[in-house]
Design a protein around this ligand. Sequence first.
Ligand SMILES: C[S@@+](CC[C@H](N)C(=O)[O-])C[C@H]1O[C@@H](n2cnc3c(N)ncnc32)[C@H](O)[C@@H]1O
Length: 220
Amino acid sequence: MITPLEIENYCVHHSKKSDSIFQELAERTLQFAPQVSHMQVGPLEGALLSIITKMISAKRVLEFGTFTGCSSLHFLGALPANGSITTLDRDPKAVSIAREFWDKTGNSNRVESLLGDAKASVQKLLSEISAGTRPHYDLAFIDADKGGYEEYFEASLKLVRTGGVVLVDNLLWEGAVLNPKEKSDFTIHTFNEKRKTDPRVEMVLLPVRDGISICRVLDH
Ligand SMILES: C[S@@+](CC[C@H](N)C(=O)[O-])C[C@H]1O[C@@H](n2cnc3c(N)ncnc32)[C@H](O)[C@@H]1O
């Protein structure tokens, strides 16, 4: 998290309160994976995902990185009754927890969970989109392996309609982008450098949680 904890908490407490299911999921995730439970988007970023989904009247959401389902639950709660989400992950144990929580909402029929390497799943989506057998998405959220970000972003520009939105998480990498040392620091920094001048999107990078960019897809 990039903002001081007190500021984050102040913002959480002065934003719309999230449903109790998110607290239940946070506790379940902490038991399941105590070392990495912070990978969840959390209440503030979750509320941001939700409000963006509503603001663009999204009906179809694509997510890279399901984990235990926190962000997908935020999307599900924001989508209209005929909306749906496709979410990609390779960890069946984490996804089984996500499924438990989708079931609790009574909306698991609106979730398409593709298990396996996201790079393979994305190829399937791309071929279906180009064959016209799968409609375009309105919004994509990239939150899986950072080494795949460039590929997921390029794919998202083909999978999301013009005027839709691509959100990319963890782009401040806990501040390491300021003085990159590790490979992952350079990967994220290079991604940000490229986006700065990418003519295919209108983009803003915000210091929310670990950094999130909002990219509006332009005609390209
Ligand atoms: C940061 S977590 C996602 C958090 C989730 N969006 C949430 O809010 O709870 C990243 C997820 O990406 C998945 N992942 C990492 N590399 C992947 C790959 N190559 N293919 C599919 N999933 C991958 C991991 O299994 C992990 O569950």
